[in-house]
Design a binder for this molecule. Structure first.
Ligand code: AMP
Length: 177
């Protein structure tokens, strides 16, 4: 995998453990000359992953909706900024340009991105997967709910067809190599 989409928190108030996990992934991506495709804002884990990929030799592509460009929160780390009209075409662009997506801990923006990837795959728009990086069990609640959807027949195929879970850094790298 060379092109890796990353979804992650825009908040700077979160547990330092999430920053540490983000930095470690970014360092590996940079050293392995991966291309990061992400939201492009200078906020929270987004700025952390961009800085660590860039300063370790990787390439960074920020995909930024017009409204966020106007607010002036665009990071200075990207090698390339791609402007989109809105959040929806941004998600589609990130999916198109990435071979796989990783969801680090995040809020509703990240959850929207995870579910967009999965929902689009269930109806055949693409066949790419999102990795839920379950740092310190962050995604356990969502994973339990996804299992409930399968158990109660809200799904055609088991939802595990559309995502991976990485419980450790080692498991994450195995999925990205
Ligand atoms: P959240 O998880 O709610 O903190 O939102 C972060 C995710 O949504 C990131 O993966 C971004 O792609 C997107 N996002 C949310 N807010 C912003 C913002 N201010 N600038 C850029 N992207 C954002």
């Amino acid at each position: 995998m060379k092109y890796i989409g990353v979804f992650c928190s825009a908040s700077a108030e979160i547990d330092p453990a999430y920053y540490e996990a983000t930095r470690k992934l970014g360092e590996w991506m940079g050293k392995e000359k991966k291309t990061l495709v992400y939201g492009g804002a200078d906020l929270g884990l987004m700025e952390c992953i961009a800085e660590s990929v860039k300063t370790n030799g990787g390439r960074v592509v920020g995909v930024v909706p017009a409204i966020l460009e106007e607010n002036g929160r665009v990071s200075s780390f990207p090698d390339e900024i791609v402007s989109t009209q809105n959040l929806s075409d941004r998600k589609d662009y990130i999916i198109r340009e990435s071979e796989i997506m990783v969801a680090l801990p995040g809020g509703v923006g990240t959850l929207d991105e995870i579910f967009h990837v999965m929902a689009a795959s269930t109806i055949g728009y693409h066949a790419k997967k999102v990795v839920l990086y379950n740092v310190n069990g962050f995604y356990n609640g969502i994973l339990a709910f996804l299992d409930k959807l399968d158990e109660e027949h809200f799904t055609r195929k088991p939802l595990s067809n559309y995502y991976y879970v990485a419980n450790t850094y080692g498991e994450l790298l195995d999925l990205l190599k």
